[in-house]
Design a protein around this ligand. Structure first.
Ligand code: TYM
Length: 330
């Protein structure tokens, strides 16, 4: 039986958080044994927000190193940069012509981003989800591992695939999201009603994958909880609930097992042990990352070889699409 295909991408738009790791990246390497996997550094998505060019370049290579450090094997999975494979932009253009203004203007992330960037309401922000759909459909992906904030974009991708298939003839696989039960939405340490985000200006609101042990322990110690002071896992205590979710993701224990461990105590010992758990969980990744990121020659080689592998698959789909929409091909 032929292997199914997995696609996912991460924006190189800042330091990655444990939200990115627990919601998505940790699953990437686990899927590579069973599936044909494509993991992309989506640099073209990143420029919808103002970037400093030299930093974007560095962050893109850093994300590539981090992918490998989390266990993605570039000989098994196809690990590449979006801007190296022009078919992404080419397919996005075709998909733009079957995307509706109304549907795109209802995207939650679009609305959030234009309200946060009043001085840069560029068209790229509006068509961002169409480029994302192109990323996925180009490789005929069956599954897309993402955090729950990407669910709406995945629904749009499915709609576009079905719309194209109905308008022309069956062409695209209609992909399914893979969203983890726990870890799918890690919240800010300072405001448990907001998602933990790499673009948060308050660095104490996020734990970055490359944070050192002291920073991790300090941030968790100062994380916002509540004045109830009872150890429970319930909606009325969203700060504590978020910390328990993080504990659960790093330890593999279920939330009620964690409550069993700390029941009847205030939050002190729990927070201390959580800090150590997270720091120890990230340490091996950080050590591998430092080694890989230092070897620029190796990273360059991976980028080049893998972009060729990605292009090969991408061209196959794009040729089909061009034919179906009626582009003359001699
Ligand atoms: P990005 O770069 O914002 O985030 C990368 C991945 O991390 C997940 N994530 C989270 N999961 C749990 N809790 C959080 N607080 C949290 N924050 C982020 C995201 O859901 C994502 O899976 N549009 C995408 C990038 C993209 C993409 C794609 C993804 C472009 N093309 C095609 C999948 C397939 C994004 O901005 O992710």
């Amino acid at each position: 039986m032929e292997k199914k295909t997995v696609f996912s991408g991460v924006q190189p738009s800042g330091d990655l958080t444990i939200g990115n790791y627990l919601g998505a990246i940790q699953y990437f390497s686990r899927l590579q044994e069973e599936y044909n996997c494509y993991y992309c550094v989506v640099d073209m998505h990143s420029i919808t927000i103002n970037q400093v060019p030299a930093e974007l370049r560095k962050n893109s290579l850093s994300l590539m190193a981090l992918y490998i450090a989390t266990g993605i094997d570039p000989d098994k999975s196809v690990l590449y940069m979006q801007s190296h494979v022009p078919e992404h932009a080419q397919l996005a253009w075709v998909l733009n012509t079957i995307s509706y203004m109304g549907q795109l203007s209802r995207m939650t992330q679009y609305k959030e981003k234009i309200s946060k960037n009043p001085d840069n309401q560029n068209v790229g922000l509006f068509t961002y989800p169409v480029l994302m759909a192109a990323d996925i459909l180009l490789y005929q992906a069956d599954f897309v591992p993402v955090g729950s904030d990407q669910k709406q974009h995945l629904e749009l991708t499915r709609d576009l695939a079905e719309r194209f298939n109905n308008k022309y003839s069956p062409t695209f696989v209609v992909p399914e999201p893979l969203i983890p039960d726990s870890g799918g939405r890690i919240m800010s340490l300072k405001d448990p009603s907001a998602k933990m985000s790499k673009s948060d200006e308050d660095e104490s609101a996020s734990i970055y994958i490359l944070d050192n042990t002291d920073a991790i322990i300090r941030k968790i110690k100062r994380a916002v909880t509540d004045s109830i002071g009872e150890f429970n896992y319930r909606d009325e205590q969203p700060g504590l609930m978020n910390l328990i979710n993080i504990y659960s993701s790093f330890s593999g224990l279920k939330p009620d097992e964690i409550v069993g461990r700390y029941e009847g105590e205030n939050y002190g010992r729990f927070k201390e042990e959580l800090g150590i758990l997270v720091a120890e969980g990230l340490k091996p990744i950080q050590e591998r990352y430092n080694e890989i990121f230092a070897d620029k020659e190796y990273l360059q080689k991976i980028c080049k070889q893998n972009a060729e592998r990605a292009s090969y698959a991408a061209q196959k789909t794009l040729r089909k699409v061009y034919k179906k929409v009626g582009f003359y091909q001699p």
